[in-house]
Design a protein. Structure first.
Length: 425
């Protein structure tokens, strides 16, 4: 006999809405059987006309394929995927990064034996054989025979540090905080976290330090963080690309910018990847570009374009560049709760020239439905440090509270940061 209130009493039977529900049967049946025929049809339709270079079509196909997997997968399989496979493949990948396995596997598509890979990496062949089997089962390498593997696009990408650094970075500075989230929520009575000094990050890493102070403690971690910042948004539309934000009309035209004037200040701009991208895409845009970040970060910027001035600046202090055409912040405000953002914004508002300067905020605008998984994942990561991604309403309320008004929110693709164009109110 099942429970009568819709919760299981451990018998596998639940009585809810006048019906006996067999949870044990549900656990081993497809998750959303009713959706499978329509998703199969959709997958066929999405595949028609697909070409390998058509990003939009590829994303659509991927999204339908993912929905189909979620519909076909049984709850038991979903539990195993979440609880077994994601953490263990992460461990195998991070080990691979650590021992330079992906460099040993190479980029030339020639299969290599485990014996050869063990010799190159110095890993015990018996251990490597087990790790490789799991990496192949999880799609990270290609199994070509017994104890023999070839690389794929993913493993080739991991041969470069700027991509593979994500793994040791997450372990040393994020994952323990994420794992601490449930206990942190419980301890704080399930209140939405909004303080940078009482966070799951501090609980998970057993520290009183704030996230950015902690990260700067070790140069290797700071390098990994900035490398990850430089690549995580690659391959997606950027605001300076055609069809996103009209740079010429909105930023350049109508602004009499001489060579010595500042066109763009990237506040908290890390190693300057956004400004370099901008300069590459807009080689003739007039004026200077200024890259600002903490001294510990900008000290590592060695090869900036001649039009990029690199400046150590703490954004909690007075903004030294006055009256720039635009101040720009990418993924900065999402690191901080509103009261801290107001302090950062106040320094920019004070430097902006009325009727001329703009503030460009390159951040996610979380939609009311259908938020993309990359956006919601990032929101959970930010939750760990007491902040988060914001909805349109939250952006209005934050920016207006700082004396700004949103002129327009420019967006290009689901899951990609918008460009929130602001002026002084
Ligand atoms: C999430 S990262 C974003 C980096 C870059 N804008 C991007 O999108 O790749 C946040 C940046 O803010 C910088 N930052 C943190 N605290 C800062 C401060 N007080 N003053 C200036 N920059 C700071 C960090 O060093 C880091 O580069």
């Amino acid at each position: 006999m099942g429970s009568s209130n819709g919760t299981s009493n451990g018998t596998g039977q639940v009585f809810a809405n006048g019906k006996n529900i067999d949870v044990e049967k549900i656990a081993v049946s497809a998750n959303l059987p009713a959706q499978i025929p329509a998703l199969l049809e959709q997958l066929n339709a999405d595949g028609i006309g697909y070409t390998i270079t058509d990003t939009e079509a590829r994303l659509k196909l991927l999204e339908t394929a993912r929905s189909l997997v979620y519909a076909l997968e049984t709850p038991r399989e979903a539990i195993i995927r979440h609880c077994w496979s994601e953490s263990t493949s992460y461990a195998a990948l991070e080990t691979g990064v650590d021992v330079r396995l992906f460099q040993a596997l190479g980029t030339d598509d020639t299969p290599k034996s485990v014996a050869k890979l063990a010799e190159t990496t110095g890993v015990d062949p018996a251990l490597l054989s087990r790790l490789m089997k799991h990496l192949a089962a999880m799609g990270a390498v290609v199994e070509t025979g017994s104890d023999e593997y070839a690389p794929n696009g993913f493993s080739k990408t991991l041969t470069e540090e700027r991509y593979s650094d994500a793994f040791p970075l997450m372990t040393s500075r994020f994952t323990q905080g994420i794992i601490a989230l449930p206990a942190f929520f419980k301890k704080n009575n399930y209140r939405n976290p909004t303080s940078p000094t009482n966070t799951a990050f501090q609980m998970g890493y057993n520290t009183d330090m704030g996230f950015f102070g902690h990260i700067q403690q070790e140069p290797i971690t700071a390098k990994q963080f900035n490398n990850h910042m430089g690549v995580y948004a690659q391959g997606r539309p950027r605001w300076m690309d055609p069809g996103f934000y009209p740079v010429q009309e909105q930023l350049i035209d109508g602004a009499a910018i001489g060579e010595k004037d500042v066109l763009l200040v990237d506040v908290g701009g890390s190693f300057g990847h956004d400004l370099s991208d901008f300069r590459r895409k807009w080689p003739n845009a007039p004026g200077k570009l200024v890259l600002q970040d903490l001294p510990e970060v900008v000290v590592s910027v060695k090869e900036a374009h001649s039009s990029i001035e690199v400046m150590a600046h703490d954004f909690f202090k007075e903004q030294p560049v006055k009256g720039a055409r635009a101040y720009y912040m990418h993924s900065v405000l999402h690191d901080w709760p509103d009261d801290v953002c107001q302090k950062i914004l106040a320094n920019l508002v004070a430097a902006m020239e009325p009727g001329y300067s703009k503030l460009l905020v390159n951040e996610n605008v979380v939609p009311s439905t259908g938020a993309y998984w990359e956006t919601t994942s990032l929101d959970m990561i930010m939750m760990e440090i007491g902040s988060g991604e914001r909805t349109e309403h939250q952006w209005h309320s934050l920016l207006e509270s700082a004396g700004l008004k949103i002129a327009k929110i420019w967006s290009a693709q689901r899951g990609v940061e918008s460009l929130i164009e602001c002026e002084l109110a």
